[in-house]
Design a protein around this ligand. Structure first.
Ligand SMILES: [Zn+2]
Ligand SMILES: [Zn+2]
Length: 265
């Protein structure tokens, strides 16, 4: 069994919950503590089962509660050396994980946790470092790509192996250009080191929908996107493919998806 659940996805906080028969882990811990505990309680998400937090990168919307969950709840942390530096050298980050509970992970090098094989890979973004993950369990291969400035051959190779994909679809280019963000910030988002747009995500979907059972669109911008626009672009790209396409909610947990069951159709 492998289940996937988004607890929140977007600039106000990212966190995904993965569970196997051996336990659970989090990908990122970016939701503020009170909200995170309230949501997990209300949606019956068992934090007691979590024995690892994997971190994509050190931006605050991905690590806001990392130190707290590590120190209060005893959850060990897994991240790359550069992300570790990004956190430990940043004096604005209050509570940091205890260094002796941090395991360094390496791009292209697979680790085994809770019956899953997890391989981090490089994703370009304006942080010290950023990784995506390919997570394999039995016949399921879940790939997670978020905060992606531009697509690369390396990402393409990992996504080609996936049966399920969590893919950033951050902004609609028109909404970004006409929206409230100053041009400097607009350029930071679309300059190739920021975020992936709906049309860029759609290109990926057009190439890969045939082997993907489910695609969750993640990290949708509140100001520069709507779930309707992101879904419309993705579904048009998928054409007649049977892929299930879902836009993750920014503020609310998704349902808990059983990925093996989703692989059966
Ligand atoms: Zn980021
Ligand atoms: Zn982010």
């Amino acid at each position: 069994m492998l289940t996937f659940q988004s607890i929140g996805s977007g600039s106000s906080g990212n966190s995904y919950y993965l569970q196997t028969d051996q336990g659970a882990l989090l990908i990122d811990a970016g939701i503020a503590e009170r909200k995170f505990r309230k949501l997990t309680r209300e949606y019956g998400i068992s934090l007691g089962k979590v024995t690892a937090i994997l971190v994509t990168h050190h931006h605050i919307d991905h690590i806001r509660t990392l130190g707290i969950l590590n120190q209060k709840d005893g959850m060990p942390v897994y991240m790359t050396e550069e992300t570790k530096k990004g956190i430990f050298l940043n004096r604005y980050i209050g509570k940091k994980p205890r260094i002796e509970t941090v395991t360094t992970i390496y791009k292209g090098s697979t680790i085994r946790l809770l019956g899953m094989e997890i391989t981090p890979f490089s994703v370009p973004h304006d942080s010290r470092d950023n990784v995506g993950f390919l997570i394999s369990h039995d016949n399921v291969r879940l790939c997670i790509v978020t905060d992606c400035g531009h697509w690369t051959d390396e990402i393409e190779r990992y996504v080609s192996q996936a049966t399920h994909l969590v893919l950033e679809s951050n902004y609609d280019p028109d909404m970004l250009a006409k929206g409230p963000y100053p041009v400097v910030l607009q350029n930071r988002i679309r300059n190739g080191q920021g975020h992936l747009s709906n049309p860029q995500a759609a290109e990926v979907i057009a190439r890969h929908c045939d082997h993907l059972k489910t695609i969750w669109l993640c990290h949708l911008s509140e100001q520069n996107n709507t779930p309707q626009l992101a879904l419309a672009a993705a579904k048009q790209a998928a054409g007649n493919a049977l892929t299930n396409i879902i836009a993750l909610d920014r503020e609310k947990p998704s349902k808990q998806y059983d990925l093996e069951e989703l692989t059966l159709f």
